[in-house]
Design a protein around this ligand. Structure first.
Ligand SMILES: Cc1cc2nc3c(=O)[nH]c(=O)nc-3n(C[C@H](O)[C@H](O)[C@H](O)COP(=O)(O)O)c2cc1C
Length: 204
């Protein structure tokens, strides 16, 4: 098998950096936060994932110090909201590079629903939200130990909201929510549908 090889520190030599097309599709951390002055903020982060089961811990990377990072530093909390196919355009609207004074719920025409355990609101239209408390904030380093301008924000999920229609006989139906995931390139997304489901049981 012939293969293309590159060292990222010397560039990829391709029309688009393939890294996030390869590590993909990625779940989207659609993160709501508030500033210390109470301005609501909402933005998508696809360098996002779950990192622990119990207690549940999720994390996202802020590539550059962005409003969400500042807000989480100030308040110690954030909400993760599920981005779905019907909410794709609204999610995309919330990535606009606007100042910290802009309420991105209003910008995207979304409603805010109160959280139960924290001050940060949820996206009312999203069928699943996690109320999170900041646990660790790590500035990333390269292999030489030099700081990179990227911060990994980790938070414990202390409250979970699930639209009851997504619970089928008590089991969460992943595909029913039509979650969207980020691919590579400038605009690639994927959607999860039930026909993509297959099962493999672990060896005993
Ligand atoms: C689908 C999607 C995924 C994104 N993922 C990230 C990410 O993982 N990290 C990041 O720093 N920016 C990411 N961005 C860009 C941010 O959403 C954008 O910079 C936004 O303005 C940040 O908002 P804030 O300053 O209100 O936090 C992404 C944008 C989109 C549309």
């Amino acid at each position: 098998m012939s293969s293309y090889f590159y060292e990222p520190c010397n560039g990829h030599g391709l029309p688009h950096n393939p890294f996030n097309a390869i590590v993909g599709p990625r779940p989207i951390g659609w993160i709501s936060s508030i500033s210390k002055n109470g301005v609501r903020n909402l933005a998508p982060y696809s360098f996002f994932n779950a990192f622990n089961y119990l207690p549940p811990i999720v994390g996202f990377s802020s590539i550059g110090a962005k409003d969400t990072l500042h807000n989480v530093q100030e308040t110690g909390e954030f909400v993760w909201n599920l981005a779905t196919k019907p909410l794709a355009e609204a999610m995309n609207a919330t990535c606009a590079a606007v100042g910290p004074e802009v309420d991105e719920f209003e910008l995207a025409g979304l409603n805010a629903a109160p959280s139960r355990l924290i001050t940060t609101p949820r996206v009312a239209e999203s069928p699943v939200s996690f109320e999170c408390k900041l646990t660790q904030l790590l500035q990333l380093q390269d292999r030489c130990g030099t700081s990179v301008s990227t911060w990994l924000v980790l938070g414990e999920v202390i409250g979970v909201h699930i639209a009851t229609e997504l619970l089928k006989e008590g089991n969460y139906d992943t595909a029913a929510a039509q979650p969207i995931l980020r691919g590579g390139g400038q605009a690639d997304y994927f959607v999860i549908e039930s026909r993509q489901l297959f099962e493999i049981f672990r060896p005993r």
